[in-house]
Write a protein that binds this ligand. Sequence first.
Ligand SMILES: *Cc1c(COP(=O)(O)O)cnc(C)c1O
Length: 480
Amino acid sequence: MEASEFRRRGKEMVDYIADYLEGVEGRQVYPDVKPGYLRPLIPSTAPQEPERFEDIINDIEKIIMPGVTHWHSPYFFAYFPTASSYPSMLADMLCGAIGCVGFSWAASPACTELETVMMDWLGKMLELPEAFLAGKASQGGGVIQGSASEATLVALLAARSKVTHQLQATSPELTQGAIMEKLVAYSSDQAHSSVERAALIGGVKLKAIPSDGNFSMRASALREAMEQDKAAGLIPFFVVATLGTTSCCSFDSLLEVGPICNQEGMWLHIDAAYAGSAFICPEFRYLLNGVEFADSFNFNPHKWLLVNFDCSTMWVKKRTDLTEAFKTDPVYLKHSHQDSGLITDYRHWQIPLGRRFRSLKMWFVFRMYGVKGLQAHIRKHVQLSHEFESLVCQDPRFEICAEVILGLVCFRLKGSNQLNEALLEKINSTKKIHLVPCCLQDKFVLRFVLCSRTVESAHVQQAWQHIRELADSLLRAEKE
Ligand SMILES: *Cc1c(COP(=O)(O)O)cnc(C)c1O
């Protein structure tokens, strides 16, 4: 394809995208296909001869769209939101065009420098303590990771490396193996499964701390587990506190857990993957109180801040905690500025070498929406979740299962798990709306999450009407 065709096809593609998103409400939110549907629809090998662009475009509606779950439909209420906005998509086009791989400052200076400044912009929107901002001549700073899972893993590996060096400094006879055997990390029993995976990959023990009646990790439970482990000769070194758990959007008590981590010399990592975006609103900022105790903090603008996947923002108080844990310097990656102390080589902050120019998405979105536009987006979802909550409360057959704080409502029919499983099965097989469940204290619970950028009150009202009708027919069938 030459530039002249690209100009034409690019405009067609932009039109296709705008038509798709404008019309996504009219598509069935969840596809009808069965596993393996796609293979028979396309050739078994790549074409030898070039094909025409028209033929590819025509196949999108025939082959791809029938198997797409429409995450941006206003009838999609599952998982957590994944961000979508036009400025972000435009920035992604430019990122593809510049197509640099910004592993070091020298590899493409703008890629590194815009990222550092965008991380400071976002840090200031959240009112992060200055120790996390790079521009304050502090030792901290921010980096874009691909996902919250990656951020947790990076934090755990950095903490592991730090504690190992500390112990070896005082007891040089200790081998890394002998230390690793004794390391133990903690998170609440409500933490995301990626925390368990980070511990598995990092080769350390992870203990789940029982959460309290509000699904929150509290000081007493953490202290008890830690004291037991210390008495058994283990070495507590890492704690993940979750702000906005995946099941029910509960919050660990940072103000209780933070001081314990600091006293005991344990690395505190905060996973606020979903909820973090809400902290740009002054009325939700209190949920982040205690962040000053953390060594690292992460959330996903690619969930709720209109920056398309992937963009997971992570801040550390001491950048040397990362760079010293992950540094290697082969000759082919050396450059003349690297020892000046003035620049950042982000390859030392992450697991892969290569990285895209993802900060362009943040720059475009922050400028086109402004902080006020982003706050309005968060507030609309929170308002709609309370609207759904009040609808549920008006129907005595249903109950709310966890406090509604942000854009997630956990609810169920009063009755057995079996009944609620049947209700969810009816909802998801009818495919007018899409939800996923969770389990809270052995109860099967339905999660209703405001996801789409374009969702309005009318969609919420319709969704609730639909759920009630399915519940009616289910309860009628039960009686018969
Ligand atoms: C969504 C979520 C994750 C996983 O996010 P990825 O970016 O997909 O790795 C981790 N923790 C919490 C609390 C989440 O809600």
